[in-house]
Structures are given as structure tokens and as C-alpha cells.
Design a protein around this ligand. Structure first.
Ligand code: PMV
Length: 329
């Protein structure tokens, strides 16, 4: 009744922003991501210690009271397995948590795999993506490897809203996501509250839904054909559309800080000079620069010369979530 799992973060190329069902975490639109080698969370779950209460330690800190979805997720897995034992959980990520680097995705995916295994459930990949989705939507995309599509699904029970790999990590090993950390502070508005507010009152949400399927089709075609310009330009446009939604909801959500804009402008300038790269940004100030391996050295060197970049993590396409024999306790 003890298991350890490692899951990589994923960065969306076509974003998920808005739920059609908040309880079951069912999205309005499908999304596509790359699982990132280099940004991971490792989690050990133990149900066998006759613990008096659940304890969760994330990066050496006791779980905050506001992270209710983690407790609810453990309870959900216990109920599925028909057990009542309390858990001890230790989780470690190798990158800043809750600042827009998809820590909830790798965290909830690792927790889902470790806790379901420790509770005696033997779920297949599709079932794991559905269960992870209930913890945090984007976590569903951290279970499969490489390039991943999370299908929005049609059914009310969520059984067709799952994630699957649309290309393995070896399909396009030259693809790179350079995750630039510009601030280690926690983000001001969580994605859950932010997207609910956007669906409720952003006047442009319909426009997003009208165009997002074209972005999905373009990115899928681009990945299949390894067409970097098509994938990069569509991902950048999709990011800007999502942030336009965030900025035009009431009250406005602006995740960008001056450092974010400095990198965005730099990437656009480098592109004009012939160094092809694109940016993507999630619910936080960090910028992920998309490029190909042949340009990574030059772009990393240019990024490190910008004062605003604290550090850049170089991520090729990564593997899916895995069990591990080396427990954290
Ligand atoms: O699953 P959540 O609640 O962490 O939402 C993720 C939302 C974005 O990162 C902004 C977009 C995405 O598709 O990953």
C-alpha cells in the first residue's frame, strides 16, 4: 500500500481555459500539449502506516488549507478503491510551484498514479488520464508521453474526456520548450477561479470557442508533419487569444509582468532577424520559448543575457508518468 510515481509537467500548445462542468472538470474545448522532460514531480503515497490523519508535504511544506482539491482527490481515490486508511504523502517538484509552470499538472498526475497504485487500483492509461482530470484538468495531459491531446468529450459523465498521446517523444526529438523563470512568487489568481470568471463574464469567450478548433487542427497537422513554423505560430497566437480573454474578464486577470513582456518582445525581434522561436505563457508570468534543437544554444545564450531571466530550463519532449521503486520515505 505504498507507491511512488514520477510525472512530467506539460505545456499546452493549444490551451484549455473554461469548464463546461466544474465538478467533473469537463472543458469546453480540446487542448494539445507537450509533455516536458526536465520539469517533473515525484510523489510517494503510503496508506499502510495506520496514520491517524492524512499528511501531505509538498516541497517540504505542509499542505496549505486552500489546496482542497488535493485532499478531495485523495478521498476520491480512497472511495474508488474501497479503503478508509489515512495517507502519508510526500511530493517534490524540481521547479517553482503555482507560478505558471504547470506544477498542478505534474503534481496531480504523479499523485493519481502513486495513490491509485498504493490503494490497490490497477488503472490503464486512459483511466489514469480521466482520474487525473478530476484532480486538475491539465493533469490529464501529464500521464501520456510526447505530444498529447485532451479530448473535450461530449458525454455528461466525462467518460469520453480523456487524454492520449498523438505523437511519441521520439517522433520529434528536436522540438524544444525553454521554460524561462522570471519570478518565483505564487500567482495572484488560480486557474480554477480565473477560468470560471472568464466563462461567466468575458465578452469574447464565444470568439475563443469559434476559433480554437482551427488551432487544434493546425497544431495536429504541424506535429504530424513536423512543421515547426505551423506549430509555433499557431501556439503563439493561441496563447495571445487566451490572455486576451483573461485581460477582458471582470475583474481583469493580468498574469504578465514587465519581465514577461521583455521576453515576448525579444522572441519577436529574434524571429524578425531569422532566429525562429515563439512564446507561450500560462496562468503566471513565466514564458516558455518554443524552438528547435539547432537553435537552442543561441536562444539560451540570448535569454541568459536578459536580466529578467532568473533561469531557463531546457525541455525536450518527455515520457509519460511512471512508477518508481525509489520512495521518498
Ligand atoms: O488544469 P489547470 O487548472 O492547472 O489549468 C491549466 C490552464 C492553463 O495552464 C492556463 C492552460 C493549459 O491548457 O495548460
Amino acid at each position: 500500500m505504498k507507491a511512488t510515481a514520477i510525472a512530467n509537467a506539460n505545456i499546452a500548445l493549444v490551451k484549455y481555459w473554461g469548464k463546461r462542468n466544474k465538478e467533473l472538470i469537463l472543458p469546453f474545448n480540446s487542448s494539445i500539449s507537450m509533455t516536458c522532460d526536465g520539469l517533473h514531480t515525484k510523489t510517494t503515497v503510503d496508506f499502510s502506516g495506520s496514520y491517524g490523519k492524512d499528511t501531505v508535504l509538498i516541497n517540504d511544506e505542509e499542505l496549505k488549507k486552500d489546496e482542497k482539491n488535493i485532499m478531495a482527490h485523495i478521498e476520491r481515490i480512497r472511495q474508488m478503491a474501497g479503503i478508509t486508511d489515512k495517507a502519508k504523502i510526500i511530493s517534490e517538484s524540481n521547479f517553482p510551484v503555482a507560478a505558471g509552470l504547470a506544477s498542478s499538472a505534474s503534481g496531480l498526475a504523479a499523485l493519481t498514479l502513486a495513490a491509485s497504485k498504493a490503494a490497490g487500483l490497477n488503472l490503464n492509461e486512459k483511466e489514469l488520464t480521466i482520474l487525473s482530470r478530476l484532480g486538475s484538468g491539465s493533469a490529464s495531459r501529464s500521464i501520456p508521453e510526447g505530444f498529447v491531446e485532451w479530448h473535450h468529450g461530449e458525454k455528461e459523465d466525462g467518460s469520453d474526456s480523456f487524454a492520449e498521446s498523438i505523437a511519441s517523444k521520439s517522433h520529434w526529438p528536436e522540438f524544444r520548450m525553454l521554460a524561462c523563470i522570471v519570478s518565483e512568487a505564487r500567482k495572484p489568481v488560480g486557474s480554477r477561479a480565473g477560468m470560471a470568471q472568464t466563462v461567466d463574464n468575458c465578452p469574447y469567450y464565444e470568439g475563443w470557442l469559434k476559433t480554437v478548433n482551427d488551432d487544434i487542427a493546425a497544431v495536429k497537422k504541424g506535429i504530424a508533419e513536423r512543421n515547426f513554423t505551423l506549430v509555433g505560430s499557431t501556439a503563439e497566437k493561441n496563447t495571445l487569444k487566451m490572455h486576451a480573454l483573461m485581460m477582458t474578464t471582470t475583474p481583469a486577470i493580468i498574469y504578465w509582468i514587465p519581465q514577461t513582456l521583455e521576453i515576448m518582445h525579444s522572441v519577436m525581434l529574434w524571429r524578425e532577424e531569422g532566429l525562429e522561436s515563439y512564446f507561450t505563457i500560462d496562468g503566471g508570468p513565466q514564458v516558455k520559448v518554443i524552438c528547435l534543437q539547432k537553435d537552442e544554444k543561441e536562444i539560451l545564450s540570448r535569454l541568459s543575457s536578459l536580466d529578467c531571466v532568473i533561469r531557463a530550463i531546457n525541455c525536450p519532449p518527455g515520457g509519460g508518468a511512471q512508477l518508481s521503486n525509489s520512495h521518498l520515505f
